[in-house]
Design a protein around this ligand. Structure first.
Ligand SMILES: Cc1cc2nc3c(=O)[nH]c(=O)nc-3n(C[C@H](O)[C@H](O)[C@H](O)COP(=O)(O)OP(=O)(O)OC[C@H]3O[C@@H](n4cnc5c(N)ncnc54)[C@H](O)[C@@H]3O)c2cc1C
Length: 491
């Protein structure tokens, strides 16, 4: 616990920590409710926007509140019991309200077909929205939200990393931040809203909280390092949903590039993914996720987290090498910030860099990647037989996606698990207050977004951004009221 300093360097009524969709929404809601807002962002201005900016920019909109709740319950399945009915109610109503709110900001909703669990109760309510016509991603939604923030002339400070919450008894009085090597004490007269994202780029937290991922990299912002979780723990907050992640997806991580790169998987077919023992472990394919459903797979009739037999290699032949670029310059953080790596069309630049190993035979290739030669040769032979039969009895890859790996030289590229985002963080309640380990809200402390998201298990694409808007508004409105732990307004 950090006690109040003798001197406050800056002050505002509502302090919002982290400028992604959740922070932007909370800041606007607090401002619109009459509060003087200070928006603090750890990244420099050129890297602003967090995961929100580089996301696919799609929004899940349930077109019916009750069906939305039914679909949520079906997705949460056995992980539903810690989500109170009141919370689910607010989620569903605010998710429904998102469309009108976004239209009010100027969004032109364009629906795309994307129902992740069409057999689940309530699935017919699922609508997935883009802002205007155009490809998925492309920052069109981010641009709209950013313009809405700027129109309100909110006081925004970049390169300001919040490191502690200042607490007196059960009330949060403000924050301590670091700016240009200096500590700054910032008073929040009404409330603090934590919207500083997840812990995708905190390897130690990943190892502690998420099973089976000794190393993983973000495809989004590298600035989400679990700071909000640590700060919330420091003041006795409860945590929830820490083991739930969107991913892993198989991607490529170059040492010199801070985030993982999406794969492209050109239309050639003579490739497989193998695990540490040289055997296949999944149906390879677009969109490079392992399994569908944001990293969850259904095995033996039950949904669960996909596990990965690391290290994983993509094995392919000369025909595949020449079929197109395997690395993708996709909608990830690095691309959006102008550092796009120009992957060569024939993949030879990456072979020369040593990112892709090559050898004249599968046996020699196995020795380069420290995999049993017998196992890898056996796997390739079995896959080649399947490809010739047009049937993959092991993993069900479609006939049109199969071709034997037979024209040397042969190649192996290590694949890295990457996360789209984490869902865990401090537990929040229906008023978007952060809750202590005793189950009671901590005074004047709120949260929204992927920091302590409501999603405990399966996930419908577009749900995180929609939740940023839904609980961002609740958090901003309530912070502006200055709700204390007892629920009394003290503004
Ligand atoms: C490639 C990609 C595609 C995605 N596509 C979609 C999609 O289409 N639809 C969907 O619903 N979800 C999608 N997601 C997930 C979704 O984008 C995120 O979960 C959501 O945008 C998170 O918003 P947020 O505001 O909570 O956090 P973020 O947008 O990540 O913002 C958090 C901000 O907090 C800042 N910060 C961190 N620590 C501190 C600190 N100590 N002090 C101050 N600031 C701090 C960070 O720099 C960052 O700017 C995608 C994610 C990725 C990476």
């Amino acid at each position: 616990m950090t006690l109040a300093p003798l001197h406050w360097d800056e002050e505002a009524e509502v302090v919002v920590v982290g400028y992604g969709f959740a922070g932007a929404t909370a800041a606007m809601a607090a401002h619109d409710a009459g509060a003087k807002v200070l928006l603090l962002e750890k990244a420099p201005e050129i890297h602003k926007g967090g995961n929100s900016r580089v996301s696919a920019n799609i929004v899940f909109w349930p077109d019916d509140v009750d069906k939305g709740k039914a679909y949520f319950r079906a997705m949460a399945g056995p992980f539903m019991d810690d989500i109170p009915e009141e919370m689910l109610d607010v989620w569903a109503k605010e998710m429904f309200a998102n469309r009108a709110w976004l239209e009010g900001l100027g969004m032109t909703p364009v629906e795309i077909p994307y129902v992740e669990f069409p057999d689940f109760a309530g699935a017919e309510c699922v609508r997935v929205l883009l802002n205007g016509e155009g490809p998925i991603g492309g920052e069109r939604l981010w641009n709209l939200i950013e313009a809405s923030v700027e129109a309100r002339h909110l006081d925004t400070r970049y390169e300001t990393a919040v490191i502690h919450l200042v607490q007196e008894e059960r009330e949060i009085l403000g924050v301590i931040a670091e700016r240009q090597g200096k500590r700054v004490a910032i008073r929040a007269h009404r409330g603090v809203v934590l919207t500083c994202g997840g812990f995708e780029n905190n390897p130690v937290m990943i190892r502690n909280y998420v099973s089976g991922l000794p190393r993983v990299f973000p495809v989004g912002t590298p600035y989400n390092t679990g700071d909000g979780i640590r700060m919330a723990q420091e003041i006795g907050a409860d945590l929830w949903h820490m083991n739930n992640v969107s991913g892993p997806i198989l991607s490529f991580k170059a040492e010199e590039i801070p985030v993982a790169q999406w794969l492209n998987l050109p239309h050639g077919q003579s490739y497989i993914f193998v695990g540490a023992d040289g055997t296949r472990f999944t149906m390879e394919g677009e969109p490079c996720s392992v399994g569908d459903a944001h990293g969850k797979v259904k095995r033996h009739g039950q949904w669960g987290q996909q596990t990965l037999p690391l290290p994983i290699y993509m094995i392919f032949d000369e025909a595949y090498r020449t079929a197109g670029h395997i690395g993708k310059a996709g909608a990830d953080w690095d691309v959006s910030h102008g550092n796009r790596y120009d992957w060569s069309d024939d993949n030879l630049r990456e072979v020369a860099k040593g990112w892709i190993n090559t050898a004249g035979t599968v046996r020699e290739l196995a020795s380069l990647i420290d995999v049993s030669a017998e196992a890898l040769e056996g796997t390739v032979a079995r896959f080649n037989a399947s490809a010739k039969d047009g049937d993959d009895p092991d993993w069900g890859r479609g006939r049109a996606t199969l071709a034997p790996i037979e024209t040397g030289p042969f190649y192996a590229m290590e694949l890295t698990p990457a996360l789209v985002n984490t869902q865990g963080g401090p537990r929040r309640n229906a008023q978007a207050q952060i809750v202590g380990i005793d189950g009671e809200p901590i005074g004047r402390l709120f949260s929204a977004g992927e920091l302590g998201s409501i999603y405990s298990f399966l996930y419908q694409g577009g749900g995180n951004i929609a939740e940023c808007f839904a609980f961002g508004r609740v958090a901003g409105r309530n912070a502006a009221k200055g709700i204390s732990d007892s629920g009394a307004s003290q503004s």
